[in-house]
Design a binder for this molecule. Structure first.
Ligand code: XMP
Length: 319
C-alpha cells in the first residue's frame, strides 16, 4: 500500500524529531492499535523504547501469553510483563459505576507505567495506540455542547497530572488505516485482523461490580463463543464479538433440578470505524449452538441472550 508506506516513513521522521534521545514507555494492551504503535515507534527509535504489558486481571483467555509471545519471540522488542491483577481487582472492588471503573483503571495504568519508567532510569514519554475515533468520543469539545460518551482509558481516562508526555502516532487514523499500517510493518495477519479489545478489558463487560468469580465465568463464556464464531467461519465478517456477564440470576432446569445462575449476553456487530455499528444478523441455528455450548460448558450460566441493538442508540460495549 503506497499511501501507508509514505505515512509510515513520514511518521517515523516525526517520531524521531519529537523524541530525540529520550526514553519511551509504550503500554501494550494486546490489541492491534497498541501493537502497531509499538512496532512503529521501535522502527523509529529502537532500544530507546520499552514496552510494558500490564496484566490487569481483566484480559481474555490466553491473551497475556499470546501478546508476550508475539513481542518477545517475533519482534525481539524488549517487553516488561507486569502482573498487576491484585492491584486492579482490589481497586475495582465495590465499584459499579462505568465511568468510575474506567477512571480507576486509567489511573492505575499510569501508576504502573510510572513505576516501570522509574525502574529503567526514567522516561520522558508514554506511547499509546490512541485512534481518531477514541479522541472524538472521549473529548468534551470546548465551545460546543460538552458530551463525553465514554472516557476511553487511553484518552479521557488518564489522570490530569502525569509526569510523562504522550506520544500517539495513530491519533489521526481510523481502524482500517491502522490495520493497513500494521500490514505495512509486517505484523502477522492473525494479529492485524483481531477484533478490537478495550483497554479496561473485561471490567466493562461485567456490568455492575467486578469479582474474580464473575471474570472467570465471563472469560470461559467468551472463549466458547469466539470458538464457535471461528468454527463457523464468521470471525472476519464481524467487527467485534464478545460475551457480557449480566449481574442477574435467573431460574432454569437441569436434569431433575432447579438452577439459579447468571445470564450471558452475546454481542456481535459490523462496523467500519466503530463510530456506528449494526448488530450482526446471525443465523438462529448458530446462536442456538453457541448458547447450548456455553450453558453446557460454563458453570454458573443457565441462560444466554443475544443483543440486537445497533449503535446508535446503543454503544458497542455495554459500559
Ligand atoms: P463503544 O462501546 O464506545 O466502543 O461503542 C467503540 C469502540 O471502542 C472500543 N473501546 C475502547 N477502546 N479503550 C480502548 O482502547 C477504551 O477505554 C475503550 N472503550 C471502548 C470498543 O471496544 C469499540 O471497539
Amino acid at each position: 500500500d503506497w499511501s501507508m508506506a509514505a505515512y509510515r516513513d513520514e511518521t517515523i521522521g516525526k517520531l524521531r524529531a519529537q523524541i530525540g534521545q529520550s526514553r519511551v514507555i509504550c503500554g501494550l494492551s494486546g490489541g492491534v492499535d497498541s501493537s502497531v504503535a509499538a512496532v512503529l515507534i521501535h522502527e523509529a527509535i529502537g532500544d530507546q523504547l520499552t514496552c510494558v504489558f500490564v496484566d490487569h486481571g481483566l484480559m481474555r483467555k490466553d491473551e497475556a501469553t499470546q501478546v508476550v509471545g508475539l513481542f518477545r519471540d517475533h519482534y525481539n522488542i524488549p517487553l516488561v510483563h507486569v502482573d498487576a491483577s491484585d492491584t486492579f481487582l482490589s481497586a475495582l472492588d465495590g465499584v459499579d459505576d462505568p465511568e468510575v471503573k474506567r477512571k480507576t483503571i486509567g489511573k492505575l495504568f499510569i501508576d504502573v507505567f510510572e513505576a516501570e519508567a522509574e525502574k529503567i532510569g526514567g522516561a520522558d514519554f508514554l506511547a499509546q495506540g490512541t485512534l481518531y475515533p477514541d479522541v472524538i468520543e472521549s473529548v468534551s469539545f470546548s465551545g460546543g455542547p460538552s458530551v463525553t460518551i465514554k472516557s476511553h482509558h487511553n484518552v479521557g481516562g488518564l489522570p490530569e497530572r502525569m509526569n510523562m508526555k504522550l506520544v500517539e502516532p495513530l491519533r489521526e487514523l481510523f481502524k482500517d488505516e491502522v490495520r493497513a499500517l500494521g500490514r505495512e510493518l509486517g505484523l502477522p495477519e492473525t494479529f492485524v485482523g483481531r477484533h478490537p479489545f478495550p483497554g479496561p478489558g473485561l471490567a466493562i463487560r461485567c456490568p455492575g461490580g467486578v469479582t474474580r468469580e464473575k471474570l472467570d465465568i465471563l472469560r470461559q463464556a467468551d472463549a466458547v463463543y469466539l470458538d464457535e464464531i471461528r468454527k463457523a467461519g464468521l470471525y472476519d465478517e464481524i467487527w467485534q464479538a464478545f460475551a457480557v456477564l449480566l449481574p442477574v440470576k435467573t431460574v432454569g432446569v437441569m436434569g431433575d433440578g432447579r438452577t439459579y445462575e447468571y445470564v450471558v449476553a452475546l454481542r456481535a456487530v459490523t462496523s467500519v470505524d466503530g463510530m456506528t455499528a449494526d448488530f450482526f444478523p446471525y443465523d438462529m441455528n448458530f446462536l442456538g449452538r453457541a448458547a447450548t455450548r456455553i450453558i453446557n460448558e460454563v458453570r454458573g450460566v443457565n441462560r444466554v441472550v443475544y443483543d440486537v441493538t445497533s449503535k446508535p442508540p446503543g454503544t458497542i460495549e455495554w459500559e
